[in-house]
Design a protein around this ligand. Structure first.
Ligand code: SAM
Ligand code: SF4
Length: 324
């Protein structure tokens, strides 16, 4: 198992498969995706070699993300090939849900067995304003189809946006209770491009924690391959609420994930200052040992913590560029 100098191990890889996105989320790509340079994102073959190498190093959970991963037509091919390796227990995808209604069954058949769908408002007009798309109803129907196709768990990602969706916490909690679905609230993070938006709309996860406690939720234990969320459960129903609070003290001590960008750069931290190119090691299957050695060596550069609290956003102009 991969370990860094601080003894943290890394069973979880977050892999961006594209920088492109069709949405214009106000905190991420408010002016839409603008292509920069050549879009030479990792090919399906390069991705499989990469995941095989990480599997050799003990990775058992892979999340496909982006940009919007479902914009890649070969995503079912990629997912099927990763499943066929037989070594990845959880093959997850984070999506804006745009293509779920038409493709939920295809995603399930290709081996995706965990899904996070981003929904920042349960009000159709507000959802439209935040994302630029009047698609809330279709996305909720897509979630239902994904569930019927057998994908479990399905979680909803909701970014905490002060003055925009903090009036909707009771509605999200009611949804969790009614549908037995988990909601992940994500603290808004500052990135290179969204400083003004961040200063206006950032809300600490602690405020939500206090609300959940008052509603009878209690913290649950964390699993080894689990994500960064602090999870809360309720004695009366199965729906869980998670809070991802990167600004909280000690957030980085439980870091168990590495990221690779759509262009094949290893990022040791979401807000790190460096990307380390792995692409040269993905050109043929017989480079596998070189690849795993390179990843192992690079891990010694992983730092104790990000410096987001000091406004250091590293290389990340927006999360679409690295895979949130
Ligand atoms: N396009 C897909 C989606 O939206 O689900 C996957 C990529 S997106 C970058 C992954 C997650 O990051 C989404 O849940 C999104 O809401 C979240 N995100 C994007 N920018 C963020 C920011 N500045 N702060 C917190 N979360 C952010
Ligand atoms: Fe696209 Fe996801 Fe960013 Fe929204 S959060 S603009 S859906 S990449």
């Amino acid at each position: 198992m991969l370990e860094d100098l601080l003894g943290r191990s890394f069973p979880y890889l977050r892999l961006s498969v594209t920088e492109a996105c069709n949405f214009r989320c106000s905190y991420c790509l408010p002016d839409g995706y603008k292509k920069t340079g050549v879009s030479d994102f990792l090919s399906a073959d390069e991705i499989i070699r990469l995941v095989s190498g990480f599997a050799d190093l003990g990775v058992r959970k892979v999340r496909l993300t982006g940009g919007e991963p479902t914009l890649r037509r070969d995503i079912p091919t990629i997912a099927s090939a990763i499943s066929a390796l037989g070594r990845i227990e959880t093959l997850a995808m984070t999506t804006n849900g745009y293509n779920l209604k038409t493709q939920a069954g295809i995603f399930a058949d290709s081996g995706i067995n965990a899904l996070n769908v981003s929904i920042d408002s349960l009000q159709a007009d507000k959802f439209h304003r935040i994302t630029g798309h009047d698609k809330l109803k279709d996305i909720l129907e897509g979630i239902d189809l994904a569930r019927k196709a057998g994908i479990k768990p399905i979680k909803i990602n909701c970014v905490l946006i002060k003055g925009v969706n903090d009036d909707e916490w009771p509605d999200f909690v009611a949804l969790a209770r009614r549908e037995d679905i988990s909601i992940r609230f994500i603290e808004l993070m500052q990135t290179g491009d969204n400083g003004d938006y961040f200063r206006k709309h950032h809300l600490s996860g602690e405020v939500l924690q206090a609300y959940l406690t008052a509603e009878g939720f209690a913290p649950l234990p964390r699993s080894a391959t689990g994500g960064p969320a602090l999870e809360y459960g309720h004695p009366d129903h199965g729906g869980r609420i998670g809070i991802i609070a990167p600004y909280s003290k000690d957030f980085c001590t439980t870091c168990n994930r590495l990221r690779v960008t759509a262009r094949g750069d290893l990022r040791l931290c979401l807000f790190g200052e460096f990307g380390y190119g792995l692409r040269p090691y993905l050109q043929s299957a017989d480079q596998r040992n070189e690849l795993t050695q390179r990843i192992t060596d690079l891990l010694s550069y992983k730092t104790r913590s990000h410096n987001l609290g000091q406004g250091v956003t590293g290389l990340t102009p927006h999360l679409a560029s690295i895979g949130g």
